[in-house]
Design a protein around this ligand. Structure first.
Ligand SMILES: *[C@@H]1O[C@H](CO)[C@@H](O)[C@H](O)[C@H]1NC(C)=O
Ligand SMILES: *[C@@H]1O[C@H](CO)[C@@H](O)[C@H](O)[C@H]1NC(C)=O
Ligand SMILES: *[C@@H]1O[C@H](CO)[C@@H](O)[C@H](O)[C@H]1NC(C)=O
Length: 397
């Protein structure tokens, strides 16, 4: 007994040393491979703390910038993530937390509380480009790190191009290659509708080993509701009944998703940002979808500035093509949808009493985000007058 214990201790000791050596080797190798260092743009060489002293330590997860786009369904998050996805130094995954939800609670259960711990764990791993952590959420367990059906894989440039994707079709994904690609980028972006409240990410933002920035993407909740009623018609059945019959059903709440939590969570998150806690300073950006639609290039520049990248000509071209009003492709998870006019098209779709109902539930959130309430059906339908007030949100930065 004593003898075998000793061997176990020795073995563990030996493994630890091996692991240490491997980690050291990997981090120093990736440090030199990191494209940001050879082709640094002015935007991040001077102003981003992530590109200063940390590099000397060779702590790779800190020298990469990790961006998380926090949002909710139908707020324009695919489009926003696409803006960053276009940059060649960006590794972007859309909804990696889908797989946590799918495994832990099932695809139809949106109870985020239940998956919060697992979601945070997974994000922590993903922020270190440890993509193997995803494997836990696939059934059956992947073999040789080959993962089939990665949710929204087709949106990710890094996942659909060499070196990750060498043959067509690229399903299953070789996670070994994907993790390598992730480590070689200067910026890693994850967008998720499965964490909404910034406070919930506080442990990640405070972790000195990571370098995380948060973009909280918001949209007028009346626009979100209108879009959800159309897209998720079976989950929003009572709202659909209300919209088409003009009669409000006795109960609006069927499980899953409850619209009333949308504004609650948004409000909670915005209040946290307004307090400007130390752990969020310089790491938080509030982005309104409507501003992005109105002025896509200007807003994209602000987003790029915030994360420490420069807009390239190809990014500009992508914006030009995909925000043109004729670039309409209907798609549940689609990108090429909303032009500026479209962002407020809900005003011609929702009945006035439904709008009033949302305004009551969302009063505080609307006011913080700068969305004006309407007082009459005439005001609602007069789309010549925007309800989106000019805001800069300096107090929230
Ligand atoms: C995945 O990629 C790695 C690195 O290129 C390679 O060594 C491995 O053989 C690949 N796995 C499979 C199953 O093709
Ligand atoms: C949402 O509505 C349901 C049903 O009326 C209620 O039980 C729940 O507490 C509400 N949630 C919030 C955040 O207001
Ligand atoms: C909006 O403005 C246009 C052009 O000025 C005008 O023709 C139209 O009647 C206006 N619409 C409403 C609802 O006031």
């Amino acid at each position: 007994m004593g003898c075998s214990w000793k061997s176990v201790v020795l073995l563990v000791f030996a493994l630890t040393i091996v692991q240490y050596v491997v980690i050291q080797t990997l981090t120093s190798t990736s440090y030199w491979l990191c494209p940001a260092h050879s082709r640094t743009s002015p935007a991040h060489s001077s102003s981003d703390p992530a590109f200063k002293s940390d590099d000397l330590k060779g702590t790779n997860s800190r020298s990469r910038t990790h961006v998380i786009i926090l949002t909710t369904t139908r707020a324009g998050s695919t489009f926003t993530a696409e803006l960053l996805n276009q940059h060649p130094h960006v590794f972007c995954l859309f909804e990696p937390l889908f797989h946590v939800q799918d495994t832990v609670t099932g695809p139809n259960n949106f109870d985020r509380e239940l998956i919060l711990g697992a979601s945070r764990d997974l994000l922590w791993s993903l922020f270190r480009c440890d993509l193997f952590a995803l494997e836990r959420y696939f059934r059956p367990a992947p073999i040789d790190h080959m993962v089939p059906n990665l949710f929204m894989r087709r949106f990710s440039r890094a996942m659909t191009q060499p070196p990750v994707c060498q043959d067509d079709p690229c399903d299953p994904v070789n996670l070994t290659r994907a993790a390598q690609a992730c480590r070689e980028k200067s910026h890693v972006v994850y967008k998720t509708v499965r964490v909404v409240v910034v406070e919930e990410l506080r442990p990640l933002l405070e972790d000195p080993r990571l370098n995380v920035k948060v973009i909280q993407l918001v949209r007028d909740p009346r626009g979100i509701l209108s879009s959800r009623i159309e897209t998720f018609s079976h989950w929003y059945k009572p709202w659909n009944v209300w919209k088409s019959s003009g009669l409000r059903p006795a109960s609006l709440h069927i499980n899953p998703p409850q619209f009333n939590s949308t504004c609650h969570e948004l409000h909670a998150s915005l209040k946290t940002a307004q307090r400007r806690p130390r752990w969020l300073r310089g790491r938080y950006m509030l982005l309104r979808y409507e501003d992005l639609c109105r002025n896509p290039l200007q807003k994209t520049k602000e987003i790029y500035d915030f994360v420490g990248l420069s807009v390239t000509p190809s990014v500009e071209e992508w914006i030009r093509v995909n925000t043109a009003s004729n670039a309409w492709v209907e798609d549940k998870y689609g990108t090429r949808r909303d032009s500026a006019a479209n962002a407020e098209s809900w005003r011609l779709k929702l009945p006035f009493d439904m709008v009033q109902h949302v305004q009551e539930e969302c009063r505080h959130a609307l006011s913080i985000m700068g969305y004006r309430e309407v007082r009459s059906p005439q005001e609602l339908r007069d789309t010549n007058v925007s309800l989106v007030q000019d805001e800069t949100f300096e107090a929230l930065v």
